[in-house]
Design a protein around this ligand. Structure first.
Ligand code: PHE
Length: 455
């Protein structure tokens, strides 16, 4: 008998992979990753990141997939199905997702602002890409478009899509995800062949071990969890819609490889352009917006490419933001008894209000003298705080709870049983997985969290 009766299921195997990959591939890959790689040592960071994904990311994803498909319930319910006491692991994920959503929808709004920019005023972007970007954030007065109008449209769209279910996203993903891939590769090649790009390439390929410190490792781990959508129950929820015929082992591999490839392509698209164009908007977050203008200006039909690029970045953001918001909504509906549309409305309002401060804190509030640190350095304090809290603490903590729950409360054997659909699929790395999920992952994640708090 199928335990998935009365619950939705993905239309096809490809539908699940694309939806899981759609959640994973997002602003994290294109907006966050290149800036972190740039700030944390280039090639050395890439190496650390790949190791983190290969060892810890894949095993945490597998653990979350098995928890979800075993119970066929939302994140909270799936953890509770293992042990009543472990519901909090799902609850923490809901909180983390909510915080991420606050800034994610702001940056999602920025992608829409840039779609508008490449349609209506590309010349202004080209004239001074950094000034244009900072202007959007409030360098020349209250950022009505960057903080309010476009983020509001983005948030509305996310909620609107969720009010209709996610079937449309599955269909759109099938067309747009491959397109994003092709476009990224094309732009990466162009960026790497710009005059002056070789310094950037060297930076990204040269592994300088002296730059690997506890900070770089922590950033890489937090980024890996963020990028793979781990540590907040999203993958638990997605896998809960799968049937026993689906192969969790190959799905884990495919989603991790796809997500990492997109991040690497984005890194090799943006960093060489940073070196070639000399644009440094002062923070990693500006790269995906300001730096690429140099590439678009340099290629024939570049404005059209720019438009297409931000359109796809927007799309990657929406397929992620819907997955993040679904976590909060499912919780409010299933655990708090709210109606779907009420949950969507309430969540959107609060997310919007907190989110506005995220964008305002990037530039505007610093100029206004609010939240400027004492020694006069202008930090986007509130914005940084939200990202710190989620990437450094809450996501790793969520992942830690997942592996402890699977490794010690449930059992690695049962998790492997679920992963192989009770022996139906071959899992030659099962002994490694069991060892990782029970011993290595909890220790490594625990140590990294503590190191991050202490240092
Ligand atoms: N993985 C998404 C990205 O890279 C963001 C995300 C985080 C989505 C956590 C769901 C859960 O942009």
């Amino acid at each position: 008998m199928s335990t998935t009766e009365n619950r939705g299921q993905f239309g096809s195997k490809l539908g699940f992979i694309l939806s899981a990959a759609g959640s994973a591939v997002g602003l994290g890959n294109i907006w966050k990753f290149p800036g972190k790689a740039y700030n944390c040592g280039g090639g050395a960071f890439l190496l650390v990141y790949i190791i983190m994904v290969a060892l810890i990311g894949t095993t945490v994803m597998m653990a979350e997939f098995t928890v979800g498909r075993n119970a066929h319930k939302n994140a909270l319910g799936s953890f509770r199905a293992i042990s009543q006491k472990w519901g909090f692991a799902g609850g923490l994920g809901v909180l983390t997702g909510f915080i991420i959503l606050c800034y994610y929808c702001q940056v999602g709004g920025w992608t829409m602002k840039y779609i508008y920019a490449y349609i209506a005023e590309a010349k202004m972007v080209y004239a001074d890409p950094t000034a244009y970007f900072l202007g959007m954030l409030g360098a020349n007065g209250f950022p009505l478009q960057g903080a309010v109008i476009f983020p509001l449209i983005f948030l509305f769209l996310t909620a609107f899509i969720l009010s209709h279910g996610t079937a449309g996203i599955e269909k759109m993903s099938k067309v747009l995800m491959p397109l994003l891939f092709v476009l990224l590769i094309g732009l990466m090649i162009r960026s790497c062949t710009l005059p002056g790009a070789d310094a950037g390439l060297k930076y990204m390929l040269n592994v300088d071990f002296s730059t690997i410190n506890s900070n770089a490792i922590l950033v890489a781990l937090g980024q890996a969890f963020f990028s793979l959508s781990l540590g907040m129950g999203i993958m638990v929820t997605y896998a809960s819609y799968l049937s026993d015929e689906d192969n969790l082992i190959s799905n884990t591999g495919i989603v991790c490889v796809l997500d990492t490839l997109v991040a690497l392509f984005a890194g090799f698209m943006i960093i060489p352009a940073v070196f070639a164009t000399g644009i440094d908007p002062g923070m990693g977050g500006g790269f995906a917006f300001a730096t690429l203008a140099g590439v678009f200006e340099a290629i024939p039909g570049g404005t059209l490419f720019g438009l297409l690029f931000y359109f796809l970045l927007f799309f990657a953001a929406v397929t992620s933001s819907t997955s993040i918001m679904e976590g909060t909504i499912a919780f409010l509906i299933e655990e708090k008894g709210l109606k779907r549309n009420h949950a969507l409305l309430g969540t959107s309002v609060v997310v919007f209000i907190i989110g506005v401060f995220y964008t305002l804190s990037q530039v505007y509030m610093n100029i206004k003298g609010i939240w400027v640190s004492k020694n006069g350095i202008e930090y986007p304090i509130f914005g940084d705080f939200l990202e710190y809290l989620t990437d450094r603490l809450l996501l790793p903590l969520g992942a830690l709870f997942s592996v402890i729950c699977v490794g010690w409360v449930w059992s690695p054997e049962k998790s492997v049983e679920e992963a192989t659909s009770h022996g139906r699929f071959k899992f030659s790395l099962a002994p490694v997985y069991k060892f990782m999920v029970k011993i290595v992952d909890p220790i490594a994640i625990g140590v990294i969290i503590v190191a991050g708090l202490v240092f």
